[in-house]
Design a protein around this ligand. Sequence first.
Ligand SMILES: N[C@@H](CCC(=O)N[C@@H](CS)C(=O)NCC(=O)O)C(=O)O
Length: 211
Amino acid sequence: MFKLSGMPLSNYHNKVKLALLEKGIAFEEVLARPSQDADYLALCPTGKVPYFEVDGGRFCESQAALEYLEECYPTPPLLPADALARAKVRELIHVFEQDIELVARRMLPHALFGAPLNEGVWDEVARQLDRGLASFRRIARFAPYVAGDAFTMADCAIAMHIPLVTRITQIVYQRDWFADLPVEAYLAQMKQRPAYQQVRADLEAARAAQS
Ligand SMILES: N[C@@H](CCC(=O)N[C@@H](CS)C(=O)NCC(=O)O)C(=O)O
């Protein structure tokens, strides 16, 4: 059985969990927290969450997991049949994660844990977010799914990342970088999906338990 180790507070954990639920794959979910301790690094080489165990092997990186699941459990598909359309789905995920999520994440320690704010970084992150969002606007379709007319792995990723990026940037900049995109309608539509509802409910429960 596929084992997902991580925590429901993690958007990368939830990206993989959403794909598992959408595909109807039985899986075991185990709580793990990021750590640079040797014991944890022996399980997950980056020390991050999530990591995965299957068929006696272990690996990390959420996108590697989505690609693994797509190969081993092709139905229902989370990638289009056409090779170019598949490349466009992967392009969206890469641009969002590298140029938006990872950039906003630099402000996460300040936004969520009260770490001191570095003014230089504040400006730099804002500039990079402007650029990342401009790239995203050029390729996002929202028609009605982020990559077009079908639910894909880009939705598993981006529907989990948008709320975190919005939360961080609202706290740090009091600015909504998604204001001119139809993300409200998009997320409302995601909330109609039972798999998304379950992932979000587990996230809310984890947040409630934390406070
Ligand atoms: N590229 C990784 C990113 C995973 C990631 O950044 N996870 C966060 C939690 S959402 C984490 O473990 N952060 C702790 C750290 O960076 O040390 C993936 O796609 O799985």
